[in-house]
Design a protein around this ligand. Structure first.
Ligand SMILES: [Zn+2]
Length: 403
């Protein structure tokens, strides 16, 4: 008679076919993986939120390793500016849904893996329902709302959250939401004020960096699966924050403790169901595609690119102030006077208070801040170019390259 453990293993772990034994032979001869480990990988269900920079290497390696079910959450389409880092997508995929592009690559790499496509933005309304079919969540998102949402959903559903984030040349990784480990909120109880931390779209990112971090995530996911008893094979990143500095090529780590006062995983949690993460992060949800521009934001009048063009064509005296960085100006400019946002306070003397000033940046965020600052400094005639030089390229002059 089989022991209980053997019976359970026989019921829960799928057998490997001859093809699978051949495919995974280099895994199988590792005693730390072996037949049982590979069967655990085959049985595992991993949800990857985002199929971008982190998701690309993460998903490719999980598929290659034989993780049986991979759930993909994305609603975006492939853009040319994604390709320098999102290596799961190729040039012919530009314009395709990322889900389809990613699923094709994964299926070609390993036809034995089941790909589940969740064609949606992860939200408070759907996160618990989507997570319930998976064992592990891997967070490949690039914004704070979704990061807190993934964290809370992982803690509330008792599933580990393999986390990484990247910016410019630096990244961090950890495993949150393990039974005795801390969560993302233990580390960062509050999101930063909106606009304080620039996104990769604003601040840039070295293309290889998500590759480094995504592979670290994949490693942690696989170690969690191999153990099969709730603890990772070897030593996991539970309770540790790995800091990666690609420019200096240095890896450091910080010890993380579970915070007993954590609102979601502490002893007396106050967050017991998913909340409104846009509100929590202090941001207005992205407006539906519209040509209407809000006329005033935080006291700053907004104008669209067509209106700026109209005024220039009509010969009106408009002073265009560009608050981007000099290297961005070199990529593309519309002839504005360049004063980077951070230099503005010490270069106010270059501006004429009597003139109508239209401030622009890449997409309208930094120029909004600059406009608010100028108003505080007593400038009366300041307007923000909504959508920035990107909108100008879209709506007025397509010869201006978008970056
Ligand atoms: Zn916590």
């Amino acid at each position: 008679m089989a022991t209980v453990a053997e019976a359970t293993a026989a019921v829960t772990l799928p057998a490997l076919t001859h093809e699978e034994i051949a495919r995974y032979s280099r895994h199988l001869i590792l005693p730390e993986v072996g037949m049982e480990g590979q069967q655990r990988l085959k049985a595992a269900k991993v949800l990857c939120v985002g199929t971008g920079g982190l998701g690309a290497p993460l998903l490719l390696y999980l598929a290659a390793a034989g993780v049986g079910t991979l759930g993909l959450v994305d609603f975006d389409t492939v853009d040319a500016s994604n390709l320098h880092r999102q290596v799961i997508h190729s040039t012919p995929d530009v314009g395709r849904p990322k889900l389809d592009s990613a699923a094709d690559k994964l299926q070609a790499l390993n036809p034995g893996v089941k790909i589940v496509k969740h064609n949606t933005m992860l939200t408070s309304a759907n996160a618990m329902e989507i997570l319930k079919d998976y064992d592990i969540v891997a967070d490949g998102t690039d914004n704070f709302q979704t990061r807190y949402l993934v964290n809370d959903a992982s803690v509330l559903s008792g599933k580990p959250n393999v986390y990484a984030s990247i910016f410019r040349f630096e990244g961090q990784a950890s495993v949150f939401g393990a039974p005795d480990g801390p969560c993302y909120r233990c580390l960062y109880p509050e999101p930063p004020p909106p606009g304080l931390v620039p996104s990769c779209a604003e601040g840039g990112v070295l293309g290889i960096l998500p590759g480094l971090l995504g592979v670290i995530q994949a490693t942690e996911v696989i170690k969690l699966i191999l153990s099969g008893n709730g603890e990772a094979k070897g030593e996991s990143l539970v309770g540790r924050l790995l800091l990666v500095d690609a420019l200096g090529m240095r890896f450091r780590e910080l010890k993380l403790r579970k915070n007993p006062d954590c609102p979601v995983c502490g002893t007396h949690p106050t967050v017991t169901k998913l909340i409104d993460y846009d509100q929590f992060c202090g941001i207005t949800p992205p407006a539906k595609e519209t040509t209407q521009v809000a006329s005033v934001q935080n006291g700053v009048p907004q104008i669209g690119p067509e209106e700026l063009k109209r005024r220039q064509t009509a010969g009106q005296d408009v002073f265009v102030l560009d608050v981007r960085e000099p290297h961005e100006y070199q990529i593309a400019n519309i002839g504005g006077h360049l004063i980077p946002l951070n230099d503005l306070p010490k270069r106010l003397s270059e501006l004429d208070r009597e003139k109508n000033i239209v401030v622009h940046c890449k997409s309208g965020g930094r120029s909004q801040k600059a406009s608010e600052f100028l108003q505080q400094q007593g400038f009366q005639h300041v307007e923000n170019l909504a959508g920035g030089i990107t909108a100008w390229s879209d709506k007025v002059d397509p010869s201006i390259p978008k970056y």
